[in-house]
Design a protein around this ligand. Structure first.
Ligand SMILES: [Zn+2]
Length: 272
């Protein structure tokens, strides 16, 4: 028996597993929270390619969101609206890379978009990539220019950005002593509020790693919402969004534009 049809089917099966394009889109009424880190050219860098979205691709994504009627909101606004409403999308940036000002801000302004920045307080001369796993020590993230305080002020003065907390040092919460955890979480909030004279009510767990005790600390510190790195779109089916464990859609620098649109539809890209 001829198996020609199998060779025809294999690429199709591969594409299906890689992109899950066949899944039905989740309703537009469920807010999308997008996770970015850097908006910059890939260059020679070998590691962290997923964390780096090329400026031209970022513009294509933001332009597509604007053209398709997605309303840009900050995480504080989304929380005030109880995660309900029309087509709402929250763009978020983790850590505080300088390219957020140099490359992302002009694009966000061009499309009248908004974003939330989760800023590490002690972000200079601090290689947090080794805190999770020692072998991550390529020095690449540590060498990446971070926003100065003045640059953060420019982001806030633009009216585009909301400032959120991401701990003092980007600590690895599971291996941090309880007293230090409380300090990492609560002191980052008042340090940011004091330095930048802006309310700080949104939080992102470093590395997306946290337990119930950490959630309690974040609440006690006065934050009103917290994002994880768990991929997806909250509110599907019967489950309402948990404001302390919000899922995000990871926007990877390794994705093509089709993958981005799939992620907007179902919350993730696929599994290959
Ligand atoms: Zn981070």
């Amino acid at each position: 028996m001829s198996l020609w049809w199998l060779t025809a089917l294999l690429p199709f099966a591969w594409l299906s597993a890689r992109y899950c394009w066949w899944r039905t889109a989740l309703p537009d009424a469920l807010p999308r929270v997008l996770m970015y880190h850097m908006v910059s050219a890939q260059g020679e860098a070998k590691k962290h390619r997923g964390l780096r979205v090329e400026p031209a691709m970022f513009e294509r994504q933001v332009a597509w969101l604007a053209a398709n009627g997605w309303q840009f909101v900050t995480m504080a606004e989304l929380t005030e609206r109880d995660f309900r409403g029309g087509k709402q999308v929250a763009i978020t940036f983790d850590d505080g890379y300088e390219d957020n000002l140099l490359n992302a801000l002009p694009i966000l302004q061009k499309y009248d978009a908004k974003a939330t920045l989760y800023l590490v307080v002690e972000r200079h001369d601090n290689d947090w990539s080794v805190k999770k796993k020692a072998h991550h020590n390529s020095g690449e993230l540590a060498a990446e220019p971070k926003l100065s305080d003045d640059q953060v002020r420019q982001l806030l003065d633009s009216g585009v950005f909301e400032l959120g907390g991401h701990t003092l040092t980007h600590c690895h919460l599971p291996s941090t002593a309880p007293a230090d955890k409380a300090r990492e979480i609560s002191a980052c909030r008042w340090a940011l509020e004091e330095t930048f004279n802006t309310p700080v009510t949104s939080f992102a767990y470093p590395f997306g790693i946290f337990d119930d005790e950490d959630v309690a600390l974040v609440r006690d510190a006065g934050f009103t919402n917290a994002v994880t790195t768990n991929e997806g779109i909250d509110g599907a089916g019967q489950s309402a969004a948990d404001p302390w464990r919000l899922r995000r859609i990871k926007v990877s620098g390794k994705d093509n534009f089709w993958a981005f649109k799939i992620r907007m539809r179902i919350g993730f890209r696929g599994h290959l």
